[in-house]
Design a protein around this ligand. Structure first.
Ligand SMILES: Nc1ncnc2c1ncn2[C@@H]1O[C@H](COP(=O)(O)OP(=O)(O)O)[C@@H](O)[C@H]1O
Ligand SMILES: N[C@@H](CC(=O)OP(=O)(O)O)C(=O)O
Length: 545
């Protein structure tokens, strides 16, 4: 049999290839390929070859050869009907068998859609897995059995299998694997980031297997996929990996290829990928299934990406801060990205990128209230009447006031400050500058993700370094309140903001109107922040003016 193979690969950014020519050979066939030297990602060369698939790694480049038996078609199927959209369901949407049944009904209630389904782990499984891992580090091998979270996860998934009426065998291997892994962690007495990612992957691997088995049971043909097996290729930044370009053709090839042979609904694990260098399972950061969904949307050029949550779309503020938050009907990709980046849990911070690149609308819907219109996110929208869209709060932020001691000129000062951040690998969030001083906040997600001791050392080093050229004030426990909206109307927004803050006796410690044109950020003390958000919400969204 002759199979047509497509070759693609990923070159590590910034690395020169030691060899421009790679040679492959296996089972009676061999061929070589010249690698483009400049591009970070290449996708090249079609070969006829007797082998079906082989994987080659060399020092600076990884190359996957994927089976392809037919010339690449666009998204079409045996019966000529293409996949139409992605439907992603978060943990809250699939927290029990009952919810999975409702989600299945929901999917079937759109007979004109031929969706790719992306699922997160059931309910709070990811948190429980992490907790179980932490306990395993200290509890001793003989006590792993009695880790409460392990029993909870086992019971949750086995009960779900029973209630869905599917064979428990679909998840038994994973439950056993999880148990073994926890024993391993407990023997090693350590939980590395790499192991954490492997550990949490069990959640999505099991939820998708259960759901796919259920769809098949009710007569709706489905096929389960582990994202890390179908070409989700990522950086090796365990717990916070980024999707690499090579993912798009690979994912498209597998999903479209399989669909064209048999119209089985693809059910894909959210959140997971495979490190391009390590080949180990990676995760895309908490809430990463949104990014899985938008990546598939772009890879397949689908009409729409739907993310189904437990709220009526993106809301005017976090409903946990103010339950009266209202749903926002329209957003641009830029607004949604800014909102997610500045802390709105509802969307993964990087999830808008593939949707924006592919210009694919994202619809945020409520699986508990499917008739609610939700939020539609597109490239542009009518901003003529838009003032403020949403208020976002990011807590526990560290702020630095850095005032030049005038040992350096203005240019030298700014350059030195930012070089210091670069050298120490610390990300900055919000910045406001004057000629001789800078106020800025440090990205808490990056900083607080690190071990406490490392964090404290890093801050000490940072201050020490900056004190060579400046007087530095380190201010902890601050909050960023981000006002997402039409910055063209900033005077109007700020007028109202300062009225509200003044009447609430709140002092703003820093203010920044970013280049994004959709965000004004205010820094206040942590303890005043929630009250501020509520007052601002009431002024902007609950009065007529
Ligand atoms: N501005 C906001 N709009 C909507 N939800 C928000 C907002 N800010 C915070 N949230 C929280 O985000 C949750 C939904 O996100 P998430 O838990 O990641 O959903 P899922 O797990 O279903 O993907 C909501 O239940 C809500 O509590
Ligand atoms: N299960 C992962 C990934 C995810 O996206 O979850 P959710 O869709 O429930 O936010 C997490 O908890 O982070």
């Amino acid at each position: 049999m002759t199979a047509s193979l497509q070759l693609y690969g990923v070159k590590a950014p910034g690395l020169a290839l030691s060899s421009k020519r790679l040679e492959f050979g296996s089972k009676g066939s061999s061929f070589s390929v010249t690698l483009p030297s400049s591009s970070a990602v290449f996708r090249a060369v079609e070969h006829s070859c007797r082998n079906i698939a082989l994987r080659v790694s060399c020092e600076h480049v990884r190359v996957d050869l994927l089976e392809r038996k037919e010339p690449e078609t666009c998204n079409s199927s045996a019966n000529g009907k293409e996949l139409t959209c992605v439907m992603k369901f978060g943990g809250s949407s699939v927290e029990s068998a009952e919810r999975m049944k409702e989600v299945a009904n929901l999917i079937l209630s759109f007979p004109d859609e031929r969706p790719v389904i992306v699922l997160s782990a059931m309910g709070k499984t990811t948190n429980k897995l992490l907790k179980a891992g932490e306990k395993a580090v200290t509890c001793g091998v003989t006590n792993v059995e009695s880790i409460e979270e392990l029993s909870f996860i086992k019971e949750l998934h086995l009960r779900a299998a029973h209630e869905l009426g599917v064979e428990t065998t679909v998840i038994e291997k994973h439950l056993e694997g999880l148990h073994q892994l926890l024993k391993g962690i407990s023997m090693m007495k350590e939980l590395t980031l790499r192991t954490r990612d492997y550990l949490v992957s069990f959640g999505e691997c099991m939820s998708t297997r259960l759901f796919s088995a259920y769809l098949n049971k009710i007569g709706h043909k489905a096929r389960q996929y582990d994202a890390f097996e179908i070409g989700f290729i990522t950086t090796d930044d365990f717990t916070n990996a980024d999707i690499l370009e090579a993912t798009y053709p690979a994912v498209s090839k597998t999903l479209v290829g399989d669909w064209s042979k048999e119209n089985a609904v693809p059910v894909v694990t959210g959140f997971l990928g495979k490190g391009w260098r390590s080949c180990a399972i990676t995760t895309l950061g908490r809430g990463g299934s949104d990014l899985t969904a938008t990546t598939i949307g772009k890879a397949l050029g689908l009409r729409e990406i739907q993310v189904w949550k437990d709220v009526d779309g993106v809301l005017t503020c976090d409903p946990n801060i103010y339950p009266g938050a209202q749903s926002v009907p329209y957003l641009t990709f830029d607004e949604a990205a800014e909102l997610a980046y500045f802390g709105a849990q509802v969307l993964h911070p990087l999830s808008m990128r593939p949707a924006r690149d592919g210009d694919i609308p994202v619809r945020v819907k409520n699986s508990y209230n499917p008739t609610a219109p939700g939020t539609v996110i597109t490239r542009s929208r009518d901003m003529s009447k838009a003032v403020l869209t949403s208020i976002v709060l990011k807590r526990n932020v560290t702020m630095l006031d850095i005032a030049s001691t005038r040992m350096l000129g203005q240019y030298g000062f700014l350059a030195k400050v930012f070089t210091t951040f670069e050298d120490l690998g610390i990300s900055v969030d919000v910045v406001a500058t004057s000629e001789v001083s800078i106020s800025l906040t440090l990205d808490p997600a990056k900083l607080w993700g690190r071990e406490l001791i490392q964090r404290v050392n890093e801050l000490d080093n940072l201050v020490e370094e900056l004190e060579k050229i400046a007087v530095v004030k380190l201010l902890q426990r601050r909050s960023i309140i981000s006002l997402i909206g039409n910055v063209q109307k900033s005077s109007l927004i700020l007028e109202k903001v300062f009225q509200v803050l003044r009447s609430n006796g709140v002092n703003v410690q820093m203010i920044s109107q970013g280049a994004s044109k959709v965000n004004i950020s205010l820094i206040v003390n942590d303890e005043e922040a929630e009250q501020c958000v509520r007052a601002l919400h009431s002024a902007f969204f609950e009065t007529d003016s």
